[in-house]
Design a protein around this ligand. Sequence first.
Ligand SMILES: [Mn+2]
Length: 417
Amino acid sequence: MIKILHLSDIHIGSGFSHGRINSATGLNTRLEDFVKTLALCIDRALTDTVDMVIFGGDAFPDATPPPYVQEAFASQFRRLVDAGIPTVLLVGNHDQHSQGLGGASLNIYRTLGVPGFVVGDTLTTHHLETRSGKVQVITLPWLTRSTLMTRQETAGLSLTEVNQLLTERLRVVMEGEIRRLDPNIPTVLLAHLMADNATLGAERLLAVGKGFTLPLSLLTRPCFDYVALGHVHRHQNLNKSNDPPVVYPGSIERVDFSEEKEDKGYVMVELERGKVDWEFCRLPVRSFRTIEVDLSKTDDPQGMLMRAIAKHDIQEVVVRLIYKLRSEQLDLIDNSSIHNVLSAAHTYTIQPELVSQLAKPRIPELSASNSIDPMEALKTYLHNRDDLKDISASMLEAAQSLLADDQEIYLDTAISG
Ligand SMILES: [Mn+2]
């Protein structure tokens, strides 16, 4: 039986806006949080003497993290080298340069020839020797349009068509890898991808550009004993039958407020050929809390706001306060006492939202339902703005010539096709 620790989406060095500078160390407290949490994962690998650690990709927020962040990451993984635990580092979308090939932030481990370390930046099968026997790991890093297709092949295709073509290509290449597997050795597929039935989290906002979505059927093959995924930050097993398990461990720390309610952790796997057990292990990470309150209908907005905050234990929590109010209520809010109570939080942000301005346009004649000539709209607007009286004539003149230019350009294009 082979014991594996599977973690993913470390994103160390991100979310600094949710932290503050620790005056004792000079470091952002969120970097310290991420280091502490990563250290807990490595601790577990060492105390349980796992046979292998697999990382599902997205080590940093981008491919060129600052040296002190790289060092924080390296000094934790170094502990696995010292313990002689084989480790596979998969390349995620955040580890790749938008230009060129490969995972720039992780390739250094291969370049240095770190003993027992494998960097997965291509679709290939790695044959690893662990203390408890052999294991096969197929690495499937984040795919981009240029991975399996040339520019000529994708020219003129829609995103959906490109996605289909990529899936077909991948199926063929994957089939080649599968055919070369030794059927008697336990096998793991380690992939950084978006599966079509995954429940999304912050990654859809973090991703640079639109990625591809791959069908689950590509992953649920009987030749795989365990499918280890990365990319989606919410922990989940995509395969209801669990044969094989197709598991996102999720991110190890909350990257932003979209992960406020998610458990964070890693996965412990026990693997034999044809048999697998796995368990999600929660990590004690810093809490995030959104406090949202609508004050627009109360006579006592300050009191209601303070009561809403008091309902929560915000000690050492990253807090986001969102409150709605009418502009007439602004004078009833005492900002200094809000800052005062929120200072118990680790960090906090305050987002007041005015409701009245959203409800009705400032100049009724200019409501969106009326389709009016732009010159007429500008005249109406200027008519309502006494402060612009002096320049209104020249503004109208400028607008007139802009519109004329625009029409000329439009006609030019129309004629030239
Ligand atoms: Mn990712």
